[in-house]
Design a protein around this ligand. Structure first.
Ligand code: SAM
Length: 275
């Protein structure tokens, strides 16, 4: 019979490493819910980041074709011996995905399409999303547990406080949705923030033919000082005079006093055509 997570942690005298963002989930309904939200099927290869005690890993493996789960804390090996033994479509890899080149990653996971499903340490949320979105890897979606306020940023609309550079970084390559909110008490130990599950569906062909690097640079410039007008930000980061910057905004159909937080993705695309 499958052991309860807390019993496994106790039996192996596991000590939580707070610096690694170790807040584990054991609630079966929530774990199954995350897997449902991810939309994975028996045809899918899944990459999990942060195996932890392996509770989510086990649920993913019960649906997916093959699971590659990445973890950095080798102290979890005895835990996995109890929680993950006998799962034959699973490989746990003690490597930091953020430090691996695409080629190294492909040598483990293969060249084909895969989905990411993860309950992440929150300090790697943004680098991890960007690591996959900006790569040449065949990732088709990311379903990740994030801090609730980060979740709102990932799916925000223009002209709201949550609309940020990361919102547009997601929109440049796909579409994000919050699939569920998760209270802090669902974790062990409980963190001091609430969480949300976000699913990002990736469309590598989105905006094909557009200069995404330039659009990205415009977005970063616009949000560098978000209370300033776009003219001022373009002046600071593109070396344009204010008159030149205003001219480009007007040519793109925008008001010369506009702030970057008011521009939709389409507005940024139109503006990029003026450079
Ligand atoms: N997936 C498990 C769950 O849902 O219970 C564990 C989630 S816990 C929030 C995050 C896990 O990621 C921890 O086990 C931590 O050791 C691991 N971790 C931290 N940094 C990592 C990194 N750079 N790459 C892979 N795993 C990492």
């Amino acid at each position: 019979m499958e052991m309860k997570m807390k019993d496994v942690l106790q039996a192996t005298s596991f000590r939580f490493n707070k610096a690694l963002g170790q807040n584990f989930i054991s609630d079966t309904n929530l774990l199954k819910g995350i897997v449902t939200d991810s939309g994975i099927t028996p045809d899918d290869v899944v990459v999990e980041i942060g195996t932890g005690a392996g509770t989510l890993t086990r649920q993913i493996a019960s649906v997916a074709k093959q699971v590659y789960s990445f973890e950095v804390d080798q102290n979890l090996i005895p835990v996995h011996e109890l929680s993950l033994s006998g799962i034959d479509n699973l490989q746990v890899i003690f490597r930091d995905v953020l430090k691996m080149k695409d080629d190294e990653f492909k040598s483990i996971v293969g060249e084909g399409e895969f989905k990411v499903v993860a309950n992440l340490p929150y300090y790697i949320t943004t680098p991890l999303i960007m690591r996959f979105l900006e790569s040449e890897l065949n990732v088709t979606s990311l379903t990740i547990m994030v801090q609730e306020e980060v979740g709102r940023r990932l799916v925000a609309k223009p002209n709201t406080a949550d609309y940020s550079a990361i919102t547009l970084a997601v929109l440049l390559r796909g579409e994000g949705t919050i699939t569920r909110k998760v209270g802090r008490n669902m974790f062990y130990p409980a963190p001091n923030v609430d969480s949300a599950v976000v699913r990002i569906d990736v469309d590598k062909d989105k905006l094909a033919g557009e200069n995404k690097a330039l659009i990205h640079k415009l977005v970063r410039s616009a949000f560098l000082m978000r209370r300033k007008t776009l003219v001022n930000n373009l002046n600071a980061s593109f070396g344009l005079s204010k008159a030149e910057a205003a001219e480009k905004l007007i040519a793109a159909g925008l008001d010369e006093r506009v702030r970057g937080e008011a521009l939709s993705l389409e507005d940024y695309v139109n503006l990029s055509h003026q450079f």
